[in-house]
Design a protein around this ligand. Structure first.
Ligand code: PBG
Length: 325
């Protein structure tokens, strides 16, 4: 019963037929949009390394989010750019830190109409740009855990819905789960950057978040891109420590990892379509080297690989295109 009885082209005949049998679709509800909020500015500042993206001033935040909500975007992950940095990243857990202020503002204005996720890491707040506390020029894992717990609790006190630890310290999910539970926040979820690779795809983000390491690299804590069995182990441990959502990052060059993770664990899985993936494609589209529809091609690929949720800088653009369609 092969050809000529079977003809797969029948279901490719028209746009409507192709729509009808499409196995994967982009829905704006799948997206989390990153926001960079800077304590250092009073007007929004374009991010050179990520054209189309802005550092947002605190007094402009509500207005920006309002516009995004009108596009159908309701989930945001927040990154802060503080005025003050020091060796212990104290601005990361300050009562009036930039993220804490931003979260209170957003909650007051939009309450349960949006979901606020915050990145729990220290690189944007330490004067050396590493993701934790240094001892002998290397990040001290267990000492850093105490700080990550403090940061998470201060974000949750300000009203965050989901915390997303991204420092890649061993035991970070366990410590955060414990401190949240002890303080009455057992209903706050953890999205763990469980498989986060040491990647050059993060360079534009580090310019945007002003968080590049002042010496060395992050290979002592983020994953080696040659490994994928290790990603499964990272995720198994994070789930055992209490992660509710797991995240693979970057996405595009790591579709195999997303696929394996989803096949193995079948838990809510997010993928971070990171800054380098965004800038690469955005610039090529601007220069008319690539077609704009490529955005959908790659985002569908990330879903097809198994991601339920996508963190992407393309979210507003996608929302606009979907609204017009
Ligand atoms: C914080 C963090 C980084 C990203 C998200 N959280 C940078 C890094 O690990 O250096 C990168 C996101 C992106 O490139 O879009 N550790």
């Amino acid at each position: 019963m092969k050809f000529p009885y079977y003809r797969l082209r029948r279901l490719r005949k028209t746009q409507l037929i192709r729509e009808m049998v499409a196995e994967n679709r982009i829905n704006i509800k799948d997206f989390i949009y990153p926001l960079f909020i800077s304590e250092k500015i009073t007007i929004n500042h374009p991010i050179q390394s990520m054209p189309g993206q802005y550092q947002i001033a605190l007094n402009k935040l509500v207005n920006e989010v309002d516009k995004l909500i009108k596009l159908g975007l309701k989930k945001f992950i927040l990154f802060g750019i503080p005025t003050h940095k020091d060796a212990a990243g104290t601005s990361a857990y300050a009562e009036n830190g930039i993220i804490q202020q931003a979260v209170r503002k957003l909650n007051k204005e939009f309450s349960s109409n949006i979901i606020i996720v915050t990145d729990i890491c220290m690189c944007g707040y330490t004067n050396h740009g590493h993701c934790g506390i240094l001892r002998d020029r290397s990040v001290d894992n267990d000492l850093t855990l105490k700080y990550l717990g403090k940061i998470a609790l201060s974000h949750v006190n300000a009203g965050v819905d989901i915390v997303a630890p991204s420092a890649m310290m061993d035991g970070q999910v366990k410590v955060i789960r414990k401190i949240l539970d002890e303080n009455g926040f057992s209903d706050v979820a953890i999205m763990a950057y469980a498989a986060k690779y040491a990647s050059h795809f993060y360079s534009p983000f580090r310019m945007a978040a002003e968080s590049a390491p002042s010496f060395g690299d992050r290979k002592g804590y983020q994953m080696d891109f040659r490994n994928s069995n290790e990603a499964l182990q990272e995720i198994r441990l994070d789930l055992e420590e209490g992660a509710d959502i797991i995240l693979v990052k970057p996405a595009l060059a790591y579709l195999d990892v997303i696929y394996r993770v989803k096949a193995q664990f079948q838990v809510p899985t997010a993928a971070y379509n990171v800054s380098g993936e965004y800038s690469m494609i955005y610039n090529a589209i601007q220069q008319k080297i690539l077609h704009e529809d490529l955005i959908f091609e790659i985002l569908i690929a990330i879903k097809r690989a198994g991601a339920d949720l996508i963190i992407s800088y393309f979210a507003p653009q996608v929302a606009k295109i979907l609204q017009e369609a």
